[in-house]
Ligand binder design. Structure first.
Ligand code: FES
Ligand code: FES
Length: 152
């Protein structure tokens, strides 16, 4: 049985030292150790995007990332997206206004993917929005409300 290791990283701009087995999934460490339960588990095998977070600005499926790989990394979860305690990110606000969330399981991953897309491509075409969200599946909305949210 391997031993737990310390992994130092930043999560939502806060320095953190994680204590976990090297191959523990980042998803589980975020949810169970840091109580950042906004990051969801859907498939658990890299297919649905419910567990999407940003590591060093890149979109990743946290169910596929062993915690040892985030040493020195900067992680952003849905809890770190809002502008402040009292002000949501514009993408979060748009999802509310356009009805882009129903059951909400896919929503944190969708919002993270949309934030990442809009940071790189501020005025995306419909095709760019479809590509930007291609790794995120939704079982509820039929996607149109989600696209409208990102356009908003
Ligand atoms: Fe990670 Fe589905 S739970 S991609
Ligand atoms: Fe339910 Fe997308 S809102 S899976």
């Amino acid at each position: 049985m391997p031993s737990k290791i310390e992994t130092r990283c930043k999560v939502n701009d806060q320095p953190r030292t994680l204590h976990a087995y090297p191959m523990e999934r980042l998803l589980d460490v975020l949810r169970e150790q840091l109580h950042l339960t906004g990051t969801k588990e859907g498939c658990g095998e890299g297919e649905c995007g419910a567990c999407t977070v940003l590591i060093d600005g890149k979109i990743v499926n946290s169910c596929l990332v062993p915690v040892a790989q985030v040493e020195g990394g900067e992680i952003k979860t849905i809890e770190g997206v809002a502008v402040s305690e009292s002000q949501l990110h514009a993408v979060q606000q748009a999802f509310i206004e356009c009805g882009g969330a129903q059951c909400g399981i896919c929503t944190p991953g969708m919002v993270i993917a949309a934030v990442s897309l809009l940071e790189k491509t501020p005025n995306p075409t419909e095709g760019e929005i479809r590509n930007g969200l291609a790794g995120n599946l939704c079982r509820c909305t039929g996607y149109m409300k989600i696209f409208e949210s990102v356009v908003r």
